[in-house]
Design a protein around this ligand. Structure first.
Ligand SMILES: [Zn+2]
Length: 367
C-alpha cells in the first residue's frame, strides 16, 4: 500500500539510503496489549537505530511505571516472568489476606467478573541486587525444556539475582515445596525454607489492594510522547498524508522523543479531566487505553490514558497550516482485555475491519 513512499524515519529523519528499516514499530508497546484482528504497527516509519533506542526506554517504562507493571501483570505477551525495578515506581501491598505472609507475595493479575483479581498460579520471587524483583511463573520454570534457549536465558538471568531472599507461592494442588525445590535446583538455586504460611487462605476471594507512589520522569514522558506521535503517524498514513509528519513544526517533539532534548515541563502535564465522558464524575475508570488528538489555540494537543490511569496531556507543536481544519483530530480506545480497538466517535460495538481502518485519519474529530 505504501510502496510509492521512500522509507524515512519520522524521528531522526534519515531515509533508507542512510539507515535500515527491518524492524516494526508498534504504535502502542506490545506489553500494553495485543488486538484482533491486528495490532497497529508502523513499517518504514521508524528506523532500526531509533527502534533500539526506544526499546531501552520502553523497558524502563515497562518495569518502573504503574502502566508498564500492570501490563506485565496482565501478561498479554505470555511471558515466563515479570520484572519490577522498584526504583521510580513503588508498590506497597495493602492486601486483605487474613494471613499476613501473603502480603509479601507479588501476584500477577487476571480479570474475573470484570474485576482485577490475583492470579493464584504458583510463582517464585527473587530479588534483584539493586532492590527490584523478578517473579517467575512456576509453570514456566517446570515446563521449559532443559538447555533450550528460554531455559538457558532464565538460568543466566537468575545468576544475577540474589539467592538470599527467595519467596515461593504455590498451592498444594500445583506442587509440593519439595518439588519446587527440585525445579529451582535445575536453575542453580538452592532454596532453604525459613518460614511457611498456610495455604488455606488461597481459596478466599481477595481483591488486590495496593498503594502506589512514583514520579513521571523525562524518559517516561518520552515513551508517552512517542506513543502519541506514533498514533499521529498511523493516522497520517491511513489518510495517505505521510509527508505531514516531517513538518518542521514537529522537529522539537521528535528531538525530545529520540534524543531526550528539551524539557518536558514545556509541553507535558498530568490532566485531571477524564477523556471518556462517562468516566467524568464517577470513580470508575475504563481499563483500556484512550488516545485522542485535536487542536487547541493553534496547537496540536494529545490526551492519553493507559489502563484508565492518570490522563496525560501533551502539546506536540503548532498545527501545520495544511492541517487547519474544523474536523482535525482523531480518537480511539484500545481495549487490551477484549483485544478490540474502538473508535471513540462510535459505540463500543465491534465494527468491521475496513470500517475500523477508515476510522483512523487526521480529520476524524470527535464530539
Ligand atoms: Zn530513526
Amino acid at each position: 500500500m505504501y510502496d510509492d513512499f521512500m522509507a524515512k524515519c519520522i524521528y531522526c529523519l534519515k531515509d533508507e539510503t542512510k539507515t535500515t528499516f527491518q524492524s516494526r514499530e508498534h504504535v502502542l508497546p506490545e506489553f500494553l496489549g495485543l488486538y484482533d484482528p491486528q495490532t497497529p504497527v508502523l513499517r518504514d516509519c521508524v528506523c532500526d537505530l531509533c527502534n533500539s533506542i526506544f526499546s531501552k526506554l520502553e523497558t524502563k517504562f515497562r518495569e518502573d511505571t504503574f502502566e508498564g507493571i500492570l501490563g506485565q501483570r496482565l501478561n498479554f505477551q505470555n511471558q515466563n516472568s515479570i520484572t519490577v525495578r522498584n526504583k521510580n515506581f513503588k508498590i506497597t501491598p495493602l492486601s486483605k489476606f487474613r494471613n499476613q505472609l501473603f502480603m509479601r507475595t507479588f501476584f500477577l493479575l487476571k480479570i474475573e467478573n470484570e474485576k482485577l483479581v490475583p492470579d493464584l498460579r504458583g510463582h517464585v520471587t527473587l530479588k534483584m541486587k539493586n532492590g527490584g524483583y523478578r517473579v517467575f511463573l512456576l509453570e514456566s520454570l517446570s515446563t521449559l525444556k532443559k538447555e533450550s534457549s528460554k531455559f538457558n536465558k532464565i538460568k543466566k538471568d537468575i545468576t544475577k539475582l540474589s539467592k538470599e531472599d527467595i519467596w515461593i507461592f504455590v498451592s498444594k494442588k500445583e506442587a509440593s515445596i519439595e518439588q519446587v525445590k527440585d525445579i529451582l535446583k535445575n536453575y542453580g538455586v538452592t532454596y532453604n525454607e525459613k518460614e511457611r504460611g498456610s495455604g488455606d487462605d488461597i481459596s478466599e476471594t481477595v481483591e488486590i489492594a495496593e498503594n502506589y507512589d512514583g514520579t513521571v520522569d523525562k524518559d517516561i514522558v518520552r515513551v508517552i510522547a512517542k506513543i502519541c506521535f506514533n498514533y499521529l503517524c498511523y493516522c497520517a498514513r491511513e489518510d495517505n498524508q505521510p509527508n505531514i509528519l516531517f513538518h518542521e513544526n514537529f522537529d522539537s517533539i521528535r528531538r525530545f522523543i529520540y534524543k531526550g532534548e528539551g524539557r518536558p515541563q514545556s509541553f507535558f502535564s498530568i490532566d485531571e479531566n477524564r477523556i471518556l465522558g462517562e468516566e467524568s464524575g464517577s470513580n470508575k475508570n475504563y481499563l483500556g487505553h484512550s488516545i485522542c488528538f485535536g487542536e487547541e489555540n493553534g496547537k496540536l494537543y494529545f490526551r492519553i490514558t493507559l489502563f484508565g490511569f492518570q490522563p496525560y496531556k501533551l502539546f506536540l507543536g503548532d498545527i501545520p497550516p495544511e492541517l487547519k481544519h474544523q474536523l482535525f483530530g482523531c480518537a480511539h480506545i484500545f481495549d487490551p482485555l477484549g483485544k478490540k480497538i474502538h473508535n471513540i466517535a462510535q459505540n463500543r460495538q465491534p465494527i468491521a475491519l475496513d470500517a475500523l481502518m477508515l476510522s483512523f485519519g487526521l480529520l476524524k474529530r470527535f464530539r
